[in-house]
Write a protein that binds this ligand. Sequence first.
Ligand code: BES
Ligand code: MN
Ligand code: ZN
Length: 508
Amino acid sequence: MDFELKTLTRARICSEKTDALLVLVPQDTGAGSDPLSALTALAIKSGDFEAKPGKLLAAYRAPGIAATRLVLAGVGDASPKNIRTAVAAALGAVKNGNTQRVVLCLDLLDALQAEAVRAAVTACGDVTYVYTTTKSKASPSRLQRVLIAVGDAASAKAAKAGLDKGTALLKGVEFAKEWANRPSNHATPTLLAGAARELGKLRNIKVEVLGPKEVAKLGMGSFMAVAQGTAEPLRFIVLRYDGAAKTVAPVVLVGKGITFDTGGISIKPAAEMDEMKFDMCGAASVLGTFRALAELQPALNVVGLIPACENMPGGRAIKPGDVVTSMSGQTIEILNTDAEGRLVLCDALTYAERFKPRAVVDIATLTGACVIALGGVRSGMFSTDDALAGALAQAGESSMDLCWRMPLDDDYAEGLKTNFADVANVAGRAGGAITAAKFLQRFAASFPWAHLDIAGTAWKGGAAKGATGRPVPLLLDYLLGQVASSRPKAAAKPKASAKPKAAARTRA
Ligand code: BES
Ligand code: MN
Ligand code: ZN
């Protein structure tokens, strides 16, 4: 889908020949003499239309309007959230017809901000996205072009910034959705590594893929233990986005890449087990974030780490009670083979130490308990660092990809104690999302760390089954927020007396 931005007068909007004209109408809209403004005022006065978010009024070949279809969409106070709702509803009303080109009018919105346009662009992408990869007759959305109309030059400037960010984010979200939606036989660890390699062709992105031999050499005994029950070889994917000087410490993103989670010997029940193809949504969100970074080229360094494998039962699979040695040296008693996410993540967290990161954020569909705690609205967020937690919460708000901070009191780790290893991989059922985070925390002691449990937010079940692309919007806003503080200390203000250390790394 292509987006374009134009400053148009109301008269021009009325005479614009297009398949559909979508007009966002805020509360307290002033009157005008052109056909569109007159029609809108009349519809409100007659009670047939209200400028509340989600309210629609559709017309076909309306008098004085050159567009074939016209949809008025209420947008209330024109907050980004209301814009998202309004655009989704308006586009939803025309997308199944023969609509290829639409004009989206934001000209009535006062003091147009970049966030408003970004919300409109991403909403367009969300409603028109269709998964086609494993369908024999692909029928992608017919919608090809969206012209965003703004009212004046001042709005156009902000709109341009929002459009650039929005289209970059959309590419990232769609990349994440695509790989998350693919069934496990079309998204094996090897294929996932191939997707990463494709990203490696983009500017400032480098990709390295490790296989079983290299991973064994690194001593990732915990990751290897999960992968030993399947014939499908594991992959450890390392992505680098280098947008700043080498001296700038990177943010490391770690994505859980279980391409299918049967539970292993502690096998899951059959109902909805197909949804465990989504157990690599953390990995998909890391790939999607890199896709967006390639588009925006911000001045920062980011590393992406993806431990990817299947969790299967089998003759060689790990068994409850087995003890393995992680890369950190800590031994782990695997009491439940279905708690595999933390087993692959812990070794990736240890691997992250070599980058001397300013922060590490892991993203994982980690626990059913998090779905019970927070549902599908907010992702669970855990952090050992208040500044990092604050930045992530803020990024969640600004991108409308919400998260909620959860506790990490040491008392929650009591249940992970065992007589047979340094730590067990499960505690009791109580506080399951938190005890999982407490397990990970043991491997994240040497850097500011946060963990996002996206089990409830990464995909939707039921009739609308499919990946959401979350938390790519949150991660991107967080990273863009780091740009200002990512400048190397050495380059900031060189003091006459003290020699700046060339290799000094900056920290948040
Ligand atoms: N991938 C699952 C978590 C999950 C379950 C996400 C359902 C979304 C929906 C994870 O590997 C898992 O199985 N976790 C177990 C942990 C338990 C054995 C301590 C769980 O949540 O039941
Ligand atoms: Mn599991
Ligand atoms: Zn899992």
